[in-house]
Design a protein around this ligand. Structure first.
Ligand code: WTA
Length: 662
């Protein structure tokens, strides 16, 4: 720890509350605290305020149609197009020369790109025409398996333009994971890239995408490949149904594709996310509600204005990138910064260099990154002039007060509000956070629910917990950005999210996001983390079942139990406890194969930190694996009462095996 961190601790340690900085409040988008009451009294009509941020072709009849709970519909019979809202209307308003995307590639000797709204619109048009030409029709799902290159938002907006929902699969996902998602969505089209740069080296992505395609069980009509690497490429030949992106776009250059009028409830995109079972969930988002939600929250929470330069470090392959790199900021006409690489390449000040170079107004990142920044030291942000920043944000996992304060002080200079935003893939956008121009901040607590959002913390009997006690986070009113269903699986949608706390007979529908949380006497919510079998590794959602399935598939492995253990920077790390088949030893080779199998099934980001071989797994008398106990073992926590185990002696065994692998 450097001295200034010591001073920081001394000066901020005792502080549990921070008022919104005055300079921020003066220019903030929302400063009237009456908004909370106003939205409560005028619910659900209050959400017209979100829809008003968009251009509609046909006005909607009803803000909310709740006649078929929990299949809520928002802005019914309204029609709009997301691509028009993110592009055309800004160009038509005379803002065509403003920069839409500021793209920074990882190699430092490569020129950054500034893509204006007009340029973006024309490339989106050309690519939309290309997709049509390939046969993509309205409602055909187009999968994208792409790194952080401008062609990814271009492809998303091109799909939106022709009413083809996209399903973006994070580039770090393995070939198998890509195939699973294409199969689940019946997707016949893929947009991908030859590769990208990671820590200075070109990385072959197309090989993986091709392996994935080989695992798709239906016919894939067409694949579009972006040539990202040029001369650094790996020399793959394109197959007959594979097309070079640049050639397609140049063939269709100058063409105009009229944006298709989509019903507010028509699907804008699908995003697969992890749940309790091994099967990823296809979260379906609707055009009108989602776009309204991300626009409204970008404006009220991130304080984005049209002339802002806004920088979010997420990957577009996850929901944060969809909502708060692409759709929210572009719908508001701002400049959104996209960075291809990692924060520590070539040096640990890369992100600060970008903030300084483009005078970013907002910076939105994840606690796992903030913990790394803190570990690297304050000299890195100090090398740069970060005074352009006016707001900081965090998302993805709980943030402890210490990294929060470090961020506030060393990145924000004590002059930027920090919004700790709780939300999920399923919620589409932010749900719980302070409104930065109104509410004080309490490090470690995300804050109150947004106006019009009804969050309550319940105990297992469904009663609201007292301040200071922990319970389950629940949402008691629908909101426009909510998922509409799980793709082709309405039953699982109701089962996963609406069965735990709803009282169907009384007509009370309660959304359960499967997070634990506490609340204080000012209604500030502290999110504790997932209560289902989903881990949060560096902000990536990974299901324990997905990892277990991969390990159990390895020859010689009998059983596997996977838990998330605490980790200094990742938040959680994957710990695997494995039993072997008769006659099979727990060798290094088997361990290696187990790790490889996880990388193949999911991706390197899900790689187990440790694989511990044990003679047996701790089980209840009914044979259920005691994950909690394994978590306590992984964390060296007090194990409490283990006498209800069928095999209590096993605990000591596991601990010994774990020490042996340390
Ligand atoms: C966790 C990411 C605490 C939570 C946008 C949630 C958080 C899961 C926060 C969703 C936060 C997200 N504080 N925990 N500010 N934000 N989470 O779907 O457990 O990738 O359920 O969406 O991340 O992860 P997802």
């Amino acid at each position: 720890m450097s001295t200034d961190d010591g001073e920081l601790e001394a000066s901020l340690e005792g502080r549990e509350e921070f008022e919104p900085p005055e300079a921020f409040v003066e220019g903030a988008n929302v400063t009237d605290e009456g908004i909370y009451e106003e939205f409560d009294e005028n619910w659900p009509e209050c959400w017209a305020a979100a829809a008003e941020l968009l251009d509609w072709y046909d006005d909607y009849d009803q803000v909310l149609d709740d006649s078929n709970e929990p299949f809520y519909e928002w802005f019914t019979d309204g029609t709009l197009n997301a691509s028009h809202n993110c592009l055309d209307r800004h160009v038509e308003a005379g803002r065509g020369e403003e920069v839409a995307i500021r793209w920074v590639g990882e190699p430092t000797d490569e020129a950054d790109r500034a893509i204006t709204y007009k340029e973006l619109r024309s490339e989106v048009n050309a690519f939309a025409a290309s997709l049509r030409d390939l046969g993509v029709g309205e409602d055909d799902v187009v999968t994208m398996h792409m790194p952080m290159i401008p062609e990814l938002p271009v492809a998303m907006l091109a799909c939106a333009r022709i009413g083809a929902p996209h399903s973006v699969v994070f580039a770090g996902f393995s070939a198998d994971a890509l195939a699973t998602r294409m199969n689940a969505a019946d997707s016949e089209y893929l947009v991908t890239a030859d590769g990208y740069y990671r820590r200075g080296d070109p990385l072959d992505h197309l090989e993986k995408a091709n392996d994935g395609l080989a695992g798709v069980s239906h016919e894939v009509s067409d694949v579009v490949v972006v040539d990202r690497l040029g001369d650094d490429g790996f020399g793959h030949d394109l197959a007959d149904n594979q097309h070079d992106y640049a050639s397609l776009v140049s063939e269709h250059e100058g063409e105009t594709v009229e944006p298709v009028a989509r019903d507010a409830e028509d699907m804008l995109f699908l995003m697969y996310t992890s749940g309790t079972t091994g099967e990823p969930k296809g979260v379906k988002h609707a055009t009108g509600g989602y776009l309204s939600w991300v626009s409204w929250t970008s404006q009220t929470v991130l304080d984005v204005e049209a002339d802002d330069t806004y920088f979010c470090t997420a990957d577009i392959g996850w929901i944060t990138g969809h909502s708060y790199i692409v759709y929210g900021p572009l719908a508001l006409g701002a400049t959104t910064v996209m960075y291809e690489g990692t924060p520590d390449f070539p040096e640990r000040d890369r992100l600060w260099e970008i903030v300084e170079a483009y005078e970013a107004d907002q910076f939105y990142t994840a606690p796992t990154a903030i913990r790394s920044f803190m570990k690297w030291g304050s000299e890195y942000p100090e090398r740069h002039d970060l005074s352009s920043l006016r707001l900081l944000g965090t998302v993805g996992e709980p943030i402890n007060p210490r990294p929060w304060k470090w961020y506030y002080q060393h990145v924000g200079g004590g002059e930027c509000p920090v919004v700790d935003t709780w939300w999920q893939t399923e919620t589409g956008g932010m749900m719980v956070t302070t409104l930065p121009g109104i509410r004080k901040m309490k490090p470690g607590s995300a804050g109150p629910a947004l106006p019009g959002v009804d969050v309550r913390i319940l105990d297992s009997a469904g009663e609201q917990v007292d301040p200071g006690e922990a319970g389950y986070l629940t949402v008691h009113k629908p909101w426009p950005g909510m998922l509409r269903t799980l793709y082709k699986n309405d039953e699982r949608f109701v089962e996963e999210y609406w069965s735990e706390y709803s009282d169907e007979d009384a007509g009370e529908w309660v959304y359960f996001p499967e997070d634990g949380a506490g609340i204080d006497d000012e209604d500030y919510i502290t999110v504790l983390g997932r209560v289902d079998d989903v881990m949060n590794v560096s902000g990536h959602r990974i299901g324990t079942a997905e990892v277990e399935n991969a390990i159990v598939g390895v020859e010689g492995v009998a059983e596997a139990a996977v838990v998330g253990g605490e980790h200094e920077t990742k938040g959680e790390a994957v710990y695997a406890y494995v039993t072997t088949e008769e006659g099979q030893e727990g060798t290094d080779d088997l361990r290696k194969r187990a790790v490889e199998s996880v990388e193949d099934a999911i991706g390197p980001f899900a790689r187990p930190e440790e694989v511990v071989f044990t003679p047996d797994l701790p089980k209840t008398r009914s044979g259920k694996i005691m994950r909690r106990l394994l978590e306590d073992i992984a964390n060296d926590d007090d194990l409490g009462d283990t006498s209800t185990l069928r095999n209590p002696g096993i605990v000591e065994d596991i601990q010994q095996h774990e020490q042996a692998t340390d």
